[in-house]
Design a protein around this ligand. Sequence first.
Ligand SMILES: CC(C)(COP(=O)(O)OP(=O)(O)OC[C@H]1O[C@@H](n2cnc3c(N)ncnc32)[C@H](O)[C@@H]1OP(=O)(O)O)[C@@H](O)C(=O)NCCC(=O)NCCS
Length: 177
Amino acid sequence: MRDGTTAIRVRPGVYDDLVALTGIYNHYVVHTPVTFDIAPVDVDARRAWLDAHPATGRHRLLVAEEAGTVLGYATSGPFRDKQAYETSVETSVYLAPGHTGRGLGGLLYDALFEALATEDVHRAYAGITQPNAASMRLHERFGFRPAGVMEQVGRKFGAFWDVAWLEKRLGRPEPGR
Ligand SMILES: CC(C)(COP(=O)(O)OP(=O)(O)OC[C@H]1O[C@@H](n2cnc3c(N)ncnc32)[C@H](O)[C@@H]1OP(=O)(O)O)[C@@H](O)C(=O)NCCC(=O)NCCS
C-alpha cells in the first residue's frame, strides 16, 4: 500500500518489534475495553506470545511497517485449548493510535487470511467488545458473520461489557451449509 510517498509493508513479526507491539497493545489495555486485559503486559512476557506465532502454521503474527515504524498488527491464535478446537483460530487486529481510519486494518487482514488460506484452519472467530463500529465493519467486510452476543461477560473500568462473537468460514466451500 502507498500512502503519500511512503510504502507500507506487511511482514511477519520479529523480536525487534516487541517493544512497539507491546506499546500498541498496552494503549488499548489501559485506555479501552477492546481487550479484557486490565494491567499492562511487559515486553519480556510478550516473548512467549511472539514465539507462539511463528512464520508458518495456524497461529500467525503480521506487522504493518512504514519507514521502520510499526503501525499495527494482526494475529491468529488458538480459539480454545482442547485439541478438537485446533482447526479454529481467534483473530484480532490492533493499530497504533493515530493510524486508524487509513485502511491498515484491512491491509493486515488481507495478509493474515492469505497466509491462513494454505493452512488447516476451518473457522476464524473474533470477539468484539461493544460498541466498536470500525471493528464490526472490518470483520463483516472480511466475511465474518454474527455468531452470538455474550452479554456483560467482562468487567473493566467498573462497567460490564458485551462481546459480539463473529465467525468466518475458511478453506473449501461447504455445500449445503
Ligand atoms: C478496528 C480497527 C482494526 C479497524 O482498522 P482501520 O484500518 O482503522 O479500519 P478502516 O479505516 O479500514 O475502517 C474499517 C471500516 O469501518 C468503517 N468505520 C470506521 N469507523 C467507523 C465508525 N465510527 N462507525 C462506523 N463505521 C466506521 C470504515 O468506514 C470502514 O468501512 P468500509 O470497510 O466499508 O470502508 C482499528 O480501528 C483499530 O485498531 N482500532 C482499535 C483497536 C481495536 O478495536 N481492534 C479490534 C479489536 S476486536
